[in-house]
Design a binder for this molecule. Sequence first.
Ligand code: GZL
Length: 314
Amino acid sequence: MMVATAAACGDSGGDGAAGGGDDAIVLGFSQVGAESGWRTANTKSVQDSAKEAGITLQFADAQQKQENQIKAIRNFIAQQVDVIAFSPVVESGWDTVLKEAKDADIPVILTDRAVDSADETLYETFIGSDFVKEGRLSGEWLVQEFADNPGPVKIVELEGTTGSAPANDRKQGFGEAIAADPKFEIIASQTGEFTRAKGKEVMEAFLQAHKDIDVLFAHNDDMGLGAIEAIEAAGLVPGQDITIITIDAVRDGMQALADGKINFIAECSPLLGPQLMELVKQVHAGETVPKRVVTEETTFTQEQAKEALPTREY
Ligand code: GZL
């Protein structure tokens, strides 16, 4: 687990080193890891926004391990930070440590991913995307795109991190969208852990086991990009021999979409930093905040990607 302190704005030593003002809010932030282009962009958004907001950031990278996030949260409690925010790597197993934060009177904000705790008093708010909608929009595009195809339409699925909210919810939304027509059949589904490397490895196995794959639904761009490498190595043409749908819309994914190697992307914005810092200030000031803040997102076709790429922030 790596912990870094990014100072707030305010008086810093001549070299611009850490030196947040004494009255700066101290935010402890536990990040999932650095597994994908989305995560990298999300970390940058949080770090840049904290500096912009004059908030002193204690940042901990959990390297995709829940035990590291729990350790980081306990460190933040011991340091008596003002607010704790984190993106839970998986949905379950947080009640104990969140109760410790509550007992220490430190408010907690969930960002990006949710927890499945029944006790909603353990956190002030959850700011993040509607993952079920992202999955549903992906499935609805496929249903429309294959309307004239008599089927069967054989689909393989690269799932996100097992037990994570985006993996569970995207799978649910996609499944619901294609359920009405039995021509759509998910013939294989396995986690690619949201990474390119694992996505490539699992797609290689799918291609070995199935010679009739029509569609790949990947829960994020990075796994889709890894799968594209496997598809091309197998002598197939991604975006043509196999229709590819992904989620995130990070730069590399949008480039592949513009190049015709991906067919559709549902956006999941990582740029949560500014809204998060506003919530941190409101929570620190004791203001009531909405229990759920949903980030605005869209979808992209190949033509829309070509138009959007030049001004893409991430
Ligand atoms: C979604 C986020 C997911 C992204 C992946 O909000 O939690 O984790 O879709 C990232 O790219 O790894």
